[in-house]
Ligand binder design. Structure first.
Ligand code: MTE
Length: 338
């Protein structure tokens, strides 16, 4: 992102799991779960038992408390998979998706998973305000009781040109909008991450304007793909990935996917986002994935899926152009791809 001049998607050798190791581990669990190697060719990550998951975390070298931080919340997982959201590529190894992260509140490098354990994600509540019928604060557990959890396989494309394919658990953002009961004049949602410089020590850096802020239009927020993730790989979402809840908008660059949300404000003014205020020449409000529109400092034509070892072509709207349809009709004059 802004402060990274070197190619920041490059994985350091120590972070990469040899694919052969990953595959053999998955093949064993798959064949146990599905009864045959062939039948197990589809992903079964959400079907892992807790013992399997913990054994895998132990094998991966990721400490158990990092891989599986909220044991009390495990009752919600695994959530049933929504088969409408399938995947055209292998899922990213869990140990990579949970150890190669962007969470600037804990540092500007990728290995923040240990530091992120300082986040107090339980108890947690979200403040809903602005242009709504009645502003309120919802406790995380209370919210979980009012939604139906499901699992979706989504592509996730960072603006830095690395990508993942992961099983998120959570619920449609449209459900949260419904619970918030916005007024008819509301046009945007403004999301905020927790601001707590004593534990999120990256927030002590004066260069950025904290807290992390993101925004969506009402049409984007109520689109069927927009998702609030509370889980990952059939378990509560790890702190480094944005516990206890984060946004997932898979047709946009990953920086839109704000983590550890504490506030959602409905407004008629377009929010100025964290990356817009930090680097207005490079980052905009819309941030839709487009291989033909280069970042000011690098091409977006290709990406490197974590763990794959080579690049693949990037797809318009990250492969979700069919679902996006005419969402941006009439907005062609806007900088939709930054
Ligand atoms: N949310 C907050 N609060 N802080 C961040 O630094 N980074 C963003 C996004 N959400 C970020 C954030 C970026 S740049 C990306 S690519 C994704 O989180 C990374 O999500 P992951 O670490 O789960 O892969």
């Amino acid at each position: 992102m802004l402060v990274k001049i070197k190619r920041s998607w490059e994985l350091p050798d120590r972070a990469a799991t040899p694919e052969s190791l990953y595959l053999s581990r998955r093949q064993v669990s798959k064949s146990i779960a599905a009864g045959s190697i062939l039948a197990a060719a589809g992903p079964i990550l959400s079907a892992c038992s807790e013992e399997q998951s913990q054994a895998e975390a132990a094998n991966s070298g990721i400490p158990e408390e990092i891989a599986n931080h909220q044991s009390g919340a495990n009752a919600y997982y695994p959530a049933p998979r929504n088969s409408a959201y399938t995947m055209d590529r292998d899922l990213t190894p869990e140990d990579l998706a949970t150890s190669y992260n962007n969470f600037y509140e804990f540092g500007t490098h990728k290995q923040i998973s240990r530091a992120a354990q300082a986040l107090q994600s339980d108890p947690w509540s979200i403040e809903i305000g602005g242009m709504v019928e009645s502003p309120k604060r919802i406790g995380f557990d209370d919210l979980m009781r009012q939604v139906n959890l499901e699992e979706r396989l989504y592509r996730h494309r960072c603006v830095e040109a690395w990508s993942m394919a992961v099983p998120w658990s959570g619920f449609p953002l449209a459900r949260l909008v419904e619970l918030a009961a916005p007024l008819s004049g509301a046009k945007y949602l403004r999301f905020e991450t927790l601001h707590d410089p004593s534990t999120m020590t990256g927030q002590q850096a004066g260069f950025y304007e904290w807290p992390y802020v993101e925004g969506l239009t009402m049409a984007e927020a109520t689109h069927e793909l927009s998702f609030i993730a509370t889980g990952l790989y059939g378990k509560p979402i790890p702190k480094q990935n944005g516990a206890p809840l984060r946004l997932v908008v898979p047709w946009k660059y990953g920086f839109k996917a704000i983590k550890s949300i504490v506030r959602i404000t409905f407004t008629d003014e377009r929010p100025v986002t964290f990356w817009q205020s930090s680097g207005p020449r490079e980052y905009g409000f819309w941030a839709n994935v487009n291989p033909e529109v280069a970042h000011r400092r690098w091409s977006q034509a290709q990406e490197e899926p974590l763990g794959l070892g080579h690049r693949v072509p990037t797809l318009l709207f990250n492969g979700y152009a069919g679902e996006i349809g005419d969402l941006y009709a009439g907005l062609e004059h806007e900088p939709l791809y930054m």
